[in-house]
Ligand binder design. Structure first.
Ligand code: MF3
Ligand code: CO
Ligand code: CO
Length: 260
């Protein structure tokens, strides 16, 4: 099978992954704190680039397949890969920010959705369900389980609450490269189903629509939106599979960032 293409991390590489994850988590938190009504997504993206530089990191997205921005900023019906522009964020919008950083050769990948000021009940419920589905997916990321156990945990919770998971984009292994094997779908696809092993570093990232699962890509070639125009949310952590509890690498852990 293809197990040998999965890169297990240990020793110095794992320590570097922890640092990259911490930087990604810190930068994401800083960006979320910067977002307020009236700010443009261009301003958010520029701020993101400045914060990455301040921590000695670079965007893992800028230039990836010619991607033109530091981060992905996806508003309301935008699912993922939203491009920064001069749109002003408004009270009541929900905005998904996806941050990938390269730090000393390794990548941390993390995303969060927040309301701008406040939002409607449906939007809040969508965010809550998506965040919880990520937590359940992470809890299933234990050695001996399979990738499909993560997928099933996410899909079951999301669909049980009347929302739908996006099929066209999936989570993934992450390390020196942004996208490593295995793929981590947010639905059970019945395809190759790897066993989880200690040392795997996985980006688990449910993308959840309030309406139907179908998406399309806008003419800019990047921005993914829901076909029915319904709201979408996206939460992501980079996680280390261990013999016991999964370790979330993209929480901000100030101790490793001291002095940065
Ligand atoms: N954010 C995506 C992920 O989490 C990857 C974005 S690639 C980009 O896997 F080029 F669109 F930025
Ligand atoms: Co991401
Ligand atoms: Co990712």
């Amino acid at each position: 099978m293809f197990v040998e293409k999965i890169i297990l991390k240990s020793g110095a590489d794992l320590e570097a992954m922890r640092l990259a994850g911490a930087v990604a988590g810190k930068v994401l938190a800083e960006i979320l704190g910067f977002i307020r009504p009236g700010v443009t997504t261009n301003q958010v993206d520029r701020f993101a680039g400045e914060r990455m530089a301040a921590h000695g990191a670079k965007s893992a997205f800028l230039g990836y397949r010619k991607y033109p921005c530091q981060t992905c900023i996806s508003v309301n019906e935008e699912v993922v890969h939203g491009l920064a522009n001069d749109r002003e964020l408004r009270f009541g919008d929900i905005v998904s920010v996806d941050v990938g950083v390269v730090y000393r050769g390794f990548i941390g990948d993390t995303a969060w959705t927040m309301a701008v000021g406040g939002c409607g009940v449906l939007a809040q419920q969508l965010m809550d369900v998506t965040e919880k589905s990520l937590a359940l997916g992470i809890a299933a990321a234990v050695a001996g389980n399979r990738v499909s156990d993560i997928s099933r945990a996410i899909q079951g919770y999301v669909e049980g609450h009347g929302f739908s998971v996006v099929r066209e984009f999936v989570g993934h292994g992450v390390g020196r490269s942004l996208h490593e094997e295995p793929q981590i779908p947010n639905f059970v696809d019945g395809k190759m189903d790897q066993k989880l092993r200690p040392g795997m570093t996985l980006a688990i990232e449910p993308m959840v629509n309030a309406g139907a699962a179908d998406v399309k890509i806008l003419k800019d070639g990047w921005t993914v939106v829901t076909r029915d125009g319904s709201l979408s949310a996206h939460f992501e952590h980079t996680v280390l599979v261990t013999g016991g509890e999964p370790e979330i690498l993209t929480w901000q852990t100030p101790s490793v960032l001291k002095g940065s």
